[in-house]
Design a protein around this ligand. Structure first.
Ligand code: TMP
Ligand code: ASP
Length: 240
């Protein structure tokens, strides 16, 4: 497998082509961003820490029967993934009310939810990822009714696998964001989980103390960002 040209540079990862058109390399950089790219920094060890956490979580999800784009770790900061055509939708699951949901409805952060709440957002930094519903997605052509149903079903399957994984490590999985797409090798087949699962895209609170162990440490200037990411890795058993 040969690494070829850069295809896309996101806020924290760069994607490279390979000699196989259906396989890409995801390179995790040390960059961190928040508020749709407005707040930017570099954090030592972030790339390799997230590469390793992502690989471990994607493995657990595959074990739980969730198809993912992840193939294998290549080196400290790179993993091989299936090339995907991604839907422009972010799927958020909330087990505890926090972040934008707390603000939007005037509910105190930390309020437990009777059952998980599922939200869709349009993926657009320029529009600040606006909340949207099934009708917006279907009627505006961002995804079909069948894809919406698959995103919901897969997301609930992810929650059933990950909430206990983090709970076993003394961590509350408060909320997280998932992105789905179709492998370019099977464009008409079922949806597959893409992007990443790392502390950049979820909220993780220590179950006992409530301490934040995720990117809110960066957003809210709490310090010790990567120290806490690495603590998450150790506690869930992801090799660093
Ligand atoms: P929110 O409270 O800002 O809506 O975010 C909910 C969860 O989704 C939180 O864990 C962060 C994650 N998220 C991202 O990773 N990227 C995004 O662009 C957004 C909007 C949320
Ligand atoms: N992921 C988005 C950004 O990097 C939003 C956030 O995490 O606050 O800007």
């Amino acid at each position: 497998m040969e690494k070829r040209q850069e295809l896309y540079r996101g806020k924290a990862k760069t994607v490279y082509a390979t000699d196989d058109p259906h396989r890409l390399i995801m390179h995790y950089r040390d960059d961190v961003s928040a508020f749709d790219g407005v707040k930017l920094a570099k954090l030592d060890l972030k790339g390799e820490t997230n590469n390793k956490i992502n690989a471990f979580v994607m493995g657990k999800l595959a074990d739980a029967g969730v198809a993912t784009h992840f193939l294998r770790v290549l080196n400290e900061r790179e993993s091989l993934v299936k090339a995907m055509k991604m839907l422009p939708i972010e799927c958020v699951v909330r087990n505890v009310c926090a972040g934008s949901m707390a603000k939007r409805y005037g509910i105190e952060e930390g309020t437990r939810l009777r059952e998980p709440i599922f939200e869709f957002f349009l993926k657009s930094d320029a529009l600040h990822d606006p909340l949207c519903n099934d009708d917006h997605i279907r009627v505006l052509g961002w995804a079909s009714a069948g894809e919406i149903a698959q995103m919901r079903a897969l997301t609930h399957k992810v929650n059933a696998a990950l909430a206990p994984l983090f709970a076993g490590a003394g961590i509350d999985l408060v909320d997280y964001k998932l992105e789905f797409g179709h492998p370019t090798a099977d464009p008409a087949g079922p949806l597959v989980l893409g992007d990443e699962f790392t502390p950049d895209g979820c909220r993780l609170w220590d179950s006992r103390t409530g301490e934040k162990l995720d990117k809110d440490r960066f957003r809210r200037d709490l310090g010790q960002v990567i120290e806490r990411y690495r603590e998450v890795a150790r506690r869930i058993g992801a090799p660093l």
